[in-house]
Write a protein of this length. Structure first.
Length: 331
């Protein structure tokens, strides 16, 4: 090949690369040009689903395209996370997940994804406290009465949860561990069905997020509430004491949420998703609804990709120790 021909080919190649780069940049700047799917690992009507549907509308306005909530239920949220990890890294499939993202590595021997390697991080969303409830006709009326009753009846008392790996299961495990009594745990396919059966009197107890339980608590006559899982009482329900102040020292479970995208999602797309998340968290309707459910939007400095990554790693380390000590394992 002559020097002149080589130069010609090199020039053409550079031109092709420049065109490809320009096309890629244009595509990213035009993103999104179709609806974005927000995958929820749990059933419709559950706490995480409620948060997702609240955020979907203002996020869609920010992006200029609809954000469609899609429930992908099963295996403690791992099916939805694995599906998102395998999705095309183009920003059109994203995931909202709670602290189950951090507990999965310790719960599952064969996890089909790595939370620290298979995702891009969009940002943290909010922290949600939990409440310990019973069916409305449960024999106990106060927390001391509850402790006395469960210690006398032990495995005759049923404790519902939203399934393996769900935060309601973790809250229940912590409760059982601290009171030193084995109760009969009843797993459901989601928090919604678990709460429905508690309301119907089919199960005795449930520890679940305030996004789910606050409306039935404030209704006044559908359940009994024995305490909240935070160190301080909730401003929205100040009359409900904490479990810590009632004798379960150090008992604290806050449910945090984050939004993720598949690994390799372009930085420009991630930036737009993060901006949409921030816009959603500033929406007046979202702020009002979350405040009513005693949920706390995380500070601005935690709404970043790096803050979510750092928090996720810390939570994996924390809950891994708890789960291994309890000897809990999922299939």
């Amino acid at each position: 090949m002559t020097a002149r021909k080589a130069t010609c080919f090199a020039t053409l190649a550079m031109g092709a690369c420049a065109l490809a780069f320009t096309a890629s940049a244009t595509a990213q700047s035009a993103w999104p040009d179709k609806p974005v799917t927000l995958v929820v690992p749990y059933s419709a009507g559950g706490p995480t689903d409620v948060v997702a549907r609240l955020l979907a509308v203002p996020m869609g306005k920010s992006l200029g395209q609809a954000v469609i909530v899609e429930n992908t239920v099963g295996a403690g949220g791992t099916i939805a996370a694995a599906r998102t990890a395998r999705a095309a890294p183009n920003g059109y499939t994203i995931l909202i997940h709670h602290m189950g993202m951090a507990t999965a590595p310790a719960l599952y021997k064969k996890l089909p994804f790595d939370p620290m390697k298979d995702f891009e991080y969009i940002g943290q969303v909010l922290d949600v406290p939990m409440t310990l409830l019973s069916r409305k006709d449960f024999p106990a009326n106060t927390f001391p009465e509850l402790l006395a009753y469960v210690k006398a009846n032990k495995d005759k008392v049923s404790l519902a949860n939203a399934g393996v790996g769900a935060v309601s299961q973790l809250c229940g495990l912590l409760f059982i561990s601290q009171i030193g009594v084995n109760l009969t745990t009843v797993p459901y396919k989601g928090a919604g069905p678990a709460l429905n059966d508690l309301l119907g009197g089919q199960v005795d107890l449930l520890c679940d997020q305030t996004t789910q339980t606050a409306p039935v608590i404030k209704d006044g006559n559908r359940v009994k509430v024995f305490g909240v899982t935070t160190q301080k009482r909730l401003s929205s329900m100040p009359d409900i004491p904490t479990l810590d102040e009632q004798g379960l020292k150090g008992f604290e479970v806050k449910v945090w949420h984050g939004i993720y995208a598949p690994k390799g999602t372009p930085p420009a797309v991630r930036d737009k998703l993060n901006a949409a998340l921030r816009a959603g968290l500033q929406d007046s309707h979202v702020k009002q609804r979350l405040a009513e459910s005693s949920s706390e939007i995380v500070p601005v400095d935690k709404q970043t990709p790096e803050a979510l990554r750092t928090h996720l790693q810390a939570e994996i380390d924390k809950w891994g120790k708890v789960i291994r000590a309890a000897g809990v394992q999922a299939e």
